[in-house]
Design a protein around this ligand. Structure first.
Ligand code: PHE
Length: 347
């Protein structure tokens, strides 16, 4: 009997030693000192023993049990330490490593110029308004004093939509300029009026480095009493100087648009010229063409429901796309709407 017990003790100690992890150890513990474990067999057998045997066996059993228990405890604390060490090793991070930079998006150069233009004109008291890209012939041409037979309709090759509006508004078109919003805003707000209308416009034409079928314009319209082109000059000098961050000059030349009288072409001093250095952009001219403008034609005021005897005003329209190209020195208009990331990421 005690011999058997010694074997159990020896095996038990060896098994505990061998336990590779805490689960193993628990199994071994159950197997030897658990309620149904190997030692319990001996306790059961005690029932049949004489009192002397009982005493001797009982002491031996308790000794073995204590020894096994102590062995389990010391092994358990060893395994726990080992597991913690392993976990710490695995989960170790080097907090001194440089972090990964988050990737920031940024606005498209065209969007940036939109924002700049809206901000500067906004500060000068202009409201920013919007209009539809699918326009009617009435707003795009007729109400701007460009009747059906007018040769000026050829100036702007038009995309027609395969759907008529109504008798008055005639066919639907993709707006060829932002000028229809002169009429729309006169109808909506009346006089006095001080607005800009930035927006996308469309022309049916062959594309090259300076021409696209889709581009962006900014319409300007100021209507009040005692308005003259001198006010336009002041506003434009202020706007351009703020946009380019340096003193800019403007120059008027006569120009023709059916919806203004007199009509002008406005040139701006070349923002790229350096003193005493011929510049490629303006080809040494010192000025570059910038926009069409003029005093709003009395007929156009009438179309907009404003009395030309009481009010007058000026209007202008410039290419926002061209402005973005100038500001960011972009040499091909087709890059702007290409969606090509190699282009977009440069700004
Ligand atoms: N709408 C004209 C164009 O697209 C520009 C313009 C606007 C001219 C307002 C005069 C007044 O060319």
């Amino acid at each position: 009997m005690t011999q058997d017990l010694e074997i159990v003790l020896k095996d038990g100690l060896a098994a505990i030693d061998k336990a590779a992890n805490l689960t193993d150890l628990e199994e071994t513990e159950k197997e030897y000192i658990g309620r149904k474990g190997k030692l319990s067999e001996f306790f059961k057998k005690m029932g049949a023993a004489t009192p002397e045997e009982k005493k001797e066996l009982g002491q031996a059993l308790n000794k073995v049990k204590t020894e096994l228990e102590e062995k389990v405890e010391s092994k358990r604390s060893l395994l726990k330490k080992a597991e913690l060490a392993e976990k710490l090793e695995k989960e170790w991070i080097d907090v001194t490593l440089p972090g990964e930079k988050p990737k920031y998006g940024h606005v498209h150069p065209l969007t940036q110029v939109y924002k700049d233009v809206e901000q500067i004109f906004g500060q000068m008291g202009f409201a920013v308004v919007d209009g539809p890209e699918v326009e009617s012939e009435y707003y795009n041409f007729e109400a701007l004093n460009i009747p059906e037979t007018h040769p000026a309709r050829d100036m702007q090759d038009t995309f027609f939509i395969d759907k008529a509006a109504d008798e008055k508004h005639r066919r639907l078109v993709l707006r060829t300029h932002t000028s229809p919003n002169q009429i729309r805003s006169m109808e909506t707000y009346g006089a006095p009026l001080r607005i800009i209308v930035p927006g996308r416009v469309f022309r049916y034409e062959a594309t090259d480095a300076t021409h696209e079928t889709t581009f962006d314009q900014v319409e300007g319209l100021l209507i009040d009493k005692d308005i003259s082109l001198a006010d336009l000059k002041g506003i434009m000098v202020e706007f351009l100087s703020r946009l380019f961050g340096k003193d800019m000059k403007v120059r008027f030349r006569p120009g023709y648009f059916p919806f203004v009288e007199p009509g002008i072409e406005l040139d701006i001093s070349c923002p790229f010229c350096k003193v005493n250095e011929p510049c490629k952009v303006c080809k040494g001219q010192r000025y570059i063409e910038f926009m069409g403008a003029g005093m709003v034609h009395p007929k156009v005021l009438e179309y907009g429901g404003i009395d030309p005897n009481e009010y007058q005003g000026w209007a202008f329209g410039f290419g926002l796309t061209r402005l973005a190209m100038m500001k960011y020195k972009i040499d091909d208009i087709r890059h702007l709407l290409s969606g090509d990331l190699r282009f977009n990421k440069q700004f």
